[in-house]
Design a protein around this ligand. Sequence first.
Ligand SMILES: Nc1ncnc2c1ncn2[C@@H]1O[C@H](COP(=O)(O)OP(=O)(O)OP(=O)(O)O)[C@@H](O)[C@H]1O
Length: 502
Amino acid sequence: MSSSPLMPAAPRSTSPSSSVVPDSEFPLGKTITLGKLLSLTVTEESLIILDENIKKSSRSCCSAWPTVNRKRTIALYNILWADVGVTAITLNFAESTSNSSVRPTSLTYPFQLTALESVEKWVIYLLDRAYEDSLALKRFKVIINPFGGSGQAVNIFDKQSKALLEAARCKLDIEHTTHYKHAVDIAENLDIDLFDGIICCSGDGVPHEVFNGFAKRNDATRALNKIAVCQLPGGSGNAMCWNLTGTGSASLATVAIIKGKRRSIDLLSITQGNNRLISFLSQSVGMIAEVDLGTEHLRWMGDARFTVGLLQRISRQTIYPCDISIKTAIEDKDSIRDHYRTYEGDKGIIKQNIDNGGQFPGLKYGTVNDPLPGDWETVHHAEMGIFYAGNMAWMSAGANFFPASCPRDGFLDVITIPGTLSRLSATKVLLAVEKGHHFNLDQVNYKKVVAYRITPHKREGVAEEYVSIDGERVDFAPLQVEVHQGLGTVLAKGDGYEAPGV
Ligand SMILES: Nc1ncnc2c1ncn2[C@@H]1O[C@H](COP(=O)(O)OP(=O)(O)OP(=O)(O)O)[C@@H](O)[C@H]1O
């Protein structure tokens, strides 16, 4: 068998010789003929199987007679693996069962022993095309939060993902979290030589913990560079999954991970009090934080609780006073749009040379306890409604809050919206968020920044105040944030985020 990294050794034996002749175009062409009635062709996008034995019949609208359809087309993206035995080839692929789900399926075709070498070469070609610049046979640590979302994460993984990963011959080491912050310990102590990635079947809290676990290691930069972090939608907020795979379907996201390309993303350092932690997704103060963290009583509504919670606060014109100091990178929307179009899927900085084998990088701008750097601009916001800083586009399904977000541009996108907007105006903003069209509205202030500090002020008579980092509650206290360009690694379907841009 070939020494291709894609291929396992195929068993050989000495069965009778065969009359199978590879297509004359092969190996330069893409077809292998396995018999008079059977050929497999790799085209630009698909595997086409012509099989006279396929008994699928279809009736055209113009004809009363059924026609026999002997052609089967499988998108190369859905090809998971191919095993070559001595006299049969088995193709594993993801078959659509609906618009939003796939399941693993296989087809086996016999061939005669003399064709073995040709079949092996053809399979190497097929798998090269099916995986392109994505690593095949990935080795995953799988971390499942059994309490994520509505407690369905184990079920989701077992029913919708595991068999697809196995069909793609991925190596899995599965662990269920047993306590709060368990994923921090798992990432901190992981033998990174054994894995290519971590799949978090959870909400956004577990990937947040994984990045923080890596950050604690002495070889943090190596771990962050080597291990790609990904998410299957097993929680109540699955933003990472939406941004990197473009779906909330566990089976479709699994295929996107199997075929996922290693891409770097910016990470953020946050200091608050004497703590430092790492964020990959967002920070919010004001309405968004309160709705995210303070509406547990509306959990039964599912995703609708965010909309209902926001509308309640908008109608009351709720305000959240704070001071914000920013080191701005790009201020006006036209320049942000130009920047987005240049850097959205930029591959030029896919991997900077950040793996120096050492600890997590230091802070360029000091901590929240240090004096503010002289070139930061500070503004007091007496009537802030929403302060939202995002490192990815989707903040949850249907909420494309940061449509100008670029995965590795070294900037964080910051939105501020006054709490004093009229109900009509504020509702217009919210309705525009799904498609990212709020970016164009005058009421929405949108900046790209390299660092900022926010000091929220407690409101008189308000019992609970909220600050959220990656959807998790932290102290209601000042925090300072700076970006580390391209420091994290993920598996992504495309080069940019899977969201409509600007
Ligand atoms: N076995 C466990 N027992 C208690 N807490 C856990 C356990 N496993 C994970 N956690 C904690 O659950 C939190 C949320 O996890 P995750 O984001 O996966 O779920 P979620 O349902 O989206 O979250 P949320 O409850 O914040 O909406 C994390 O802080 C994590 O440490």
